[in-house]
Design a protein around this ligand. Structure first.
Ligand code: LMR
Length: 328
C-alpha cells in the first residue's frame, strides 16, 4: 500500500506541475502617481480585477498608487528595467523618449475632450502609440483625465496676471514655454511634491484637471481656479517591449482585452469626475471659480499660441495638423 500511495503522490505531482497548480503566479506591477479615486486609479484597479478573474492563479496584478513605488522621475526608467510592468504617465512626461507626444501639450490646441478623443483614435493618434518603440516602450492605449485649469492665489483673468508667478509644470518643455509666454516662471516638479510646494508657497500656482486638483487637495491651498480649459491632461498606458514579448500570445491577448475594458471604464469615470470633482471643489468654498469672458480667453490664446511654432519641427507639422483637424 505504501508503494501505491507513493505512486499516487508522484502522479498527482506530475499532474499538478503540468497544469501549473504549484507554479507561483506571475506578478504584474502597475505603478502610478495619482490617488485611487481618480480615473487612472480606478482603471488600474479594474485591470487588476479583470486579469485575476480571467487568468486565475497564473497572473496577479499589484497596483501601487500615489507614487508609492515609483514617481514621475523614475517610473519609465523602472519600466525599462522591468522593475514595474505597467505605468500610465501623462502624455507630458515622455519627452525623454519622444518629442512627438508633445503635440498634446500645445496650449489651446483641442476644443474639448471629444476632439482629443477623435485625434487619439484616428490614424495619427494611433501611430503615436508606437512612437517610442525604438526605445523599448510599447503604447497600449490612451486614457483620459480631462482638460486643465490654471490655479493660483490670485485671480488669473488676464495673461498679465500670471506675470512673475511661479507655476509648477510637468516635465515638458512645451508646458514651460507656455508659462514663459505670459512672463511667468515655470518650475518642473514631480506630481508628488506639488501639494507641499503650494502649501509652503514655494510656488504660486499650477495647472491641472478638476480630478487631480480635487484628489490632491490643491484647492485647499489655492484660492482661485481659472476655468481656462487651455490644454489636455491624458495618459498613455505603456509596458516594455521586453515584458510584452515575454508573454505567451494567448495570455497577452487576454491581458490586452482586460486593459481595453479597464480603459473604457477609466474614460467613463474621467468624464463623470470632471463635473463631480469641480462641483465638490466649488461646494467646499475653499477656492473660487474664475471664469473668463470670450475676450479674456482670446488674450490667453493670443499670447500662448505662438508656442506651437517653436515646437513644430520636433512634434511634426503633420501631427499638429491632424490634431487641429480633430476639432472638426
Ligand atoms: C501631473 O503630474 O500633474 C499629472 O500628470 C499627474 C497624473 O498622473 O495625473
Amino acid at each position: 500500500p505504501l508503494k501505491t500511495v507513493a505512486k499516487m503522490l508522484a502522479l498527482a505531482s506530475v499532474f499538478a506541475t503540468s497544469f501549473n497548480l504549484f507554479a507561483a503566479p506571475v506578478e504584474i506591477k502597475f505603478s502610478h502617481v495619482v490617488a485611487e479615486n481618480t480615473p487612472k486609479g480606478q482603471m488600474a484597479l479594474k485591470f487588476k480585477e479583470l486579469v485575476e478573474q480571467r487568468l486565475p492563479g497564473e497572473y496577479t496584478v499589484s497596483v501601487f498608487p500615489n507614487s508609492q513605488l515609483f514617481g514621475d522621475n523614475n517610473e519609465l526608467a523602472a519600466l525599462l528595467l522591468n522593475d514595474v510592468q505597467f505605468v500610465a504617465p501623462s502624455l507630458s512626461k515622455f519627452e525623454r523618449y519622444t518629442k512627438r507626444l508633445q503635440v498634446f501639450d500645445l496650449p489651446f490646441l483641442f476644443n474639448d475632450m471629444d476632439a482629443v478623443n477623435r485625434f487619439q483614435q484616428g490614424e495619427a493618434g494611433q501611430a503615436l502609440l508606437n512612437s517610442m518603440s525604438r526605445k523599448g516602450i510599447v503604447g497600449l492605449g490612451y486614457l483620459h483625465n480631462g482638460m486643465k485649469q490654471f490655479s493660483a492665489n490670485t485671480p488669473l483673468k488676464q495673461p498679465s496676471d500670471a506675470k512673475g508667478l511661479k507655476f509648477r509644470v510637468m516635465a515638458s518643455d512645451v508646458l514651460a514655454a507656455q508659462f514663459d509666454a505670459v512672463g511667468a516662471i515655470p518650475v518642473k516638479k514631480p506630481f508628488s511634491e506639488v501639494f507641499t510646494l503650494l502649501q509652503t508657497r514655494a510656488i504660486d500656482g499650477q495647472e491641472n484637471t478638476w480630478s487631480n486638483t480635487y484628489s490632491q487637495k490643491f484647492y485647499e491651498v489655492q484660492s482661485q481656479i481659472t476655468e481656462s480649459n487651455h490644454g489636455v491632461l491624458d495618459y498613455m498606458v505603456v509596458t516594455s517591449d521586453a515584458f510584452w514579448k515575454s508573454l505567451p500570445a494567448d495570455k497577452r491577448k487576454v491581458i490586452k482585452e482586460a486593459l481595453d475594458e479597464s480603459i473604457a471604464l477609466g474614460n467613463k469615470i474621467a468624464a463623470e469626475k470632471d463635473n463631480e470633482d469641480k462641483q465638490l471643489i466649488l461646494d467646499s468654498k475653499r477656492s473660487q471659480l474664475v471664469t473668463l469672458t470670450p475676450d479674456e480667453r482670446q488674450k490667453w490664446i493670443d499670447v500662448m499660441k505662438p508656442v506651437w511654432a517653436k515646437f513644430e519641427d520636433q512634434v511634426g507639422k503633420d501631427v499638429i495638423e491632424a490634431a487641429v483637424a480633430a476639432n472638426k
